[in-house]
Ligand binder design. Structure first.
Ligand SMILES: [Mg+2]
Length: 362
């Protein structure tokens, strides 16, 4: 099998709830998504999606990843997409950066691989270890729906700005929600050690909630964990297995694996398996997107051991429009992987995508 055509589309993945806010005054109401279609000489085609989260979240940004895709597309023509690891190796030889661009090429190759052998990608990534995947946003509790809804608006503000205000808000949310709802405050690198320790102390000794990426660096985030005893989840500072091992050695106990940050399924599965081997907890996530991003996340999550899986980000619960049908979050807050070959979505609605940004053919 050979790759015969690479086509890249875009559409805007809108935020369902107005303005999305992160620490440091970073806001958006949606992000342009990069959608790839890879065709092969057998007629099988693969699709994948990623939207970088603006230009101020990770090294990836939309125009940069688009430029990387334009440069990488001719390099993968003629390669066998049933060997995603080989495709990744060739891309890595050609380009040092462009991880998000490489990730969507990689995940489209896995989609082709799954379709070519009639198996879901999560089976190919190690098997279906988790049939009911806990999703990020838990909604739909009948008699507690109002409290949850009220808290959700506050939750969206996150943490990472004024540590005392953040602690007050997180405490209020914690107290409003049923105790079986798990909260993961995420500072998105917004604090220094001083501010993060202040938040943890102000939250109170009676509440232990894991804290995601309090500071920009791994060393500072780990120091917050050492000083406070709060479990720390690493996110923005983990790109490679070497980063993950360093985080574990520094005492960090959880990792957020964003598929586009680490290089797609090919590299994420190695990080995931390493994290499991190190007895760390794993959140499966991505920067932004909608239907295909959700389907991709579910593939990695479903192939992860249940007792190590913290949660998976279901973008379809908070972005639109959906360019394909994918599994939806159930009322109990879980999502079940689709029993479809490849990455687990129905036919892509190309009317939403419109004309491609570019096409490269053999
Ligand atoms: Mg995070």
């Amino acid at each position: 099998m050979q790759i015969s055509e690479v086509t890249v589309f875009t559409y805007k993945a809108n935020y369902n709830y107005g303005t999305y806010t992160m620490s440091g005054g970073r806001v958006n109401n949606g992000e342009p998504s990069l959608v790839i279609r890879i065709r092969t000489d057998t007629g099988i085609e693969g699709w994948a999606e990623n939207a970088p989260l603006g230009s101020d979240y990770l090294p990836s940004f939309f125009t940069g990843e688009l430029a990387a895709l334009k440069e990488l597309a001719p390099k993968i023509l003629g390669l066998d997409p049933q060997s995603p690891t080989n495709v990744m190796a060739i891309m890595d030889c050609h380009m040092l950066s462009g991880l998000a661009a490489k990730s969507i090429i990689d995940m489209a190759c896995w989609d082709i691989l799954g379709k070519s052998v009639g198996l879901p990608t999560h089976v190919l990534l190690g098997g279906c270890l988790t049939k009911e995947v806990p999703a990020f946003c838990v909604i739909g509790f009948d008699d507690l729906a109002t409290a949850v809804k009220k808290s959700q608006a506050e939750s969206a503000k996150g943490v990472g700005n004024d540590p005392l205000e953040d602690a007050h808000r997180i405490r209020a949310i914690y107290e409003a929600l049923p105790k079986n709802v798990r909260l993961f405050p995420d500072a998105n690198t917004g604090w220094n050690i001083d501010q993060a320790v202040t938040y943890c102390r102000a939250l109170g000794q009676d509440i232990t909630l894991p804290l995601e990426q309090p500071c920009r660096t791994l060393a500072d985030s780990a120091e917050v964990g050492r000083r406070t005893g709060i479990p720390i989840i690493a996110d923005e500072c983990i790109f490679t297995v070497a980063d993950l091992v360093a985080a574990h050695q520094a005492g960090i106990t959880g990792v957020n694996i964003k598929l586009s940050r680490v290089g797609g399924f090919t590299k994420a599965r190695i990080l995931r398996d390493t994290a499991v081997a190190l007895d760390m907890t794993i959140t499966v996530d991505d920067t932004w997107g909608c239907a295909l991003t959700t389907a991709q996340n579910i593939q990695l999550a479903a192939s992860t051991r249940t007792d190590r899986l913290r949660a998976v980000d279901i973008f379809t619960e908070w972005t639109n429009p959906m360019i394909a049908d994918v599994p939806r979050m159930q009322s109990n807050g879980f999502v079940a992987p689709a029993d479809l070959p490849g990455n687990g979505f129905t036919t892509v609605n190309q009317d939403i995508l419109g004309e491609p940004l570019f096409t490269t053919v053999a």
